[in-house]
Design a protein around this ligand. Structure first.
Ligand code: SF4
Length: 324
């Protein structure tokens, strides 16, 4: 029997190439090995000061991108977190077994509290309990995480162990499936690619938009003139070539160092490589986007399947906690 993987992502709307290289490609691969449960975590978005007025639009764009990129509703359960209200019930129940001290020590809580001092809400401190509920409600065996997220998963495992000690072993301890996803920097060449920093290239951008976005990207600041030799090793455009155009890396590096290629031409080559790679995705995306009924069906069916698993787990939890 296949193991079960859970992963959640906030509804950030159209996905960019950083999402694609860092998470989506891995999600698609995992489908072959695991029973995958992929969730758009809309409730988590409410804990921070993000603008949530376009939540429904963002959920729609994101699931369209996921489907076009290869997430397959026949292989994976794809749904929206709040469509399975059992997660909120489990969150309340697990909050009774989670010591407050554990939550106050979480580094991301301290960081978020610093970033939004005017809104240090209860949901922010309880975030890891909701995250744990997301994972254990479906009895996931594994969670794909980067090295930086390991402490969060460890906290989830501690909550599971505490529940087991206080009541019974309802949940499996979720294991980390550490994935070394590449760090994809944005067009500023400094920060991680992110929509909030407006330094991204959307997967669904047209070829013209892709070229235009890349035109504004930072390169080697030492190349003030076309005749200046460049340093590909410090240039983010060069790194992006590595993802989309690896066979040309040596040639580009050599031509950059000897000033035989200018940044304008180099960026055009990158745009072409990205456009070629993403063309099948973009065609499929256009078909899916033209059929919003299908998208709704996928999410409704995903929530229905998720609720069956959730209901069973919640029944066991209530029984263990003497609520039934
Ligand atoms: Fe970067 Fe290419 Fe310009 Fe060299 S030629 S600095 S690799 S964009």
């Amino acid at each position: 029997m296949k193991g079960r993987v859970f992963s959640g992502a906030r509804p950030t709307g159209k996905q960019h190439i950083g999402n694609y290289l860092g998470a989506i490609q891995n999600y698609v691969k995992l489908q072959e090995e695991y029973e995958c449960i992929y969730c758009i975590v809309d409730i988590h978005s409410l804990t921070t000061m993000e603008d949530v007025s376009n939540m429904q639009g963002n959920i729609h764009e994101m699931i369209v991108d996921w489907l076009a990129a290869g997430l397959d509703p026949d292989k994976s359960v794809l749904f929206v977190q709040s469509h399975v209200p059992e997660v909120m019930e489990l969150h309340t129940l697990l909050s009774m077994v989670t010591p407050l001290g554990w939550l106050l020590r979480v580094p991301t809580f301290k960081e978020k509290a610093r970033m939004q001092p005017q809104n240090v809400n209860y949901g922010l401190v309880g975030y890891p309990v909701l995250m744990t509920s997301d994972i254990v409600l479906y009895k996931a065996d594994a969670v794909p995480v980067g090295e930086d997220q390991l402490p969060h998963l460890e906290l989830a495992r501690e909550i599971v162990r505490r529940f087991k000690d206080m009541f019974s072993p309802v949940f499996p301890e979720p294991q980390a499936r550490v994935t070394s996803s590449p760090l994809v920097l944005g067009l500023d060449g400094v920060n991680k690619m992110s929509k909030s920093l407006d330094n991204q290239v959307d997967m669904a951008a047209t070829p013209e938009e892709t070229e235009k976005r890349l035109k504004a990207a930072y390169t080697d600041p030492q190349r003030r003139y076309r005749s200046d030799p460049g340093r590909p090793e410090i240039c983010n455009i060069y790194k992006l070539h590595g993802f989309f155009d690896p066979e040309n890396m040596a040639d580009i590096a050599e031509r950059c160092r000897s000033a035989r290629i200018g940044c304008v031409e180099c960026k055009k080559m990158l745009a072409q490589a990205i456009n070629t790679t993403l063309q099948p995705f973009r065609e499929k995306r256009a078909d899916i986007a033209a059929n919003p009924e299908y998208v709704k069906e996928v999410l409704d069916d995903g929530a229905r399947r998720a609720r069956i698993m959730a209901g069973e787990t919640l029944g066991e939890v209530k029984e263990a906690m003497h609520l039934l």
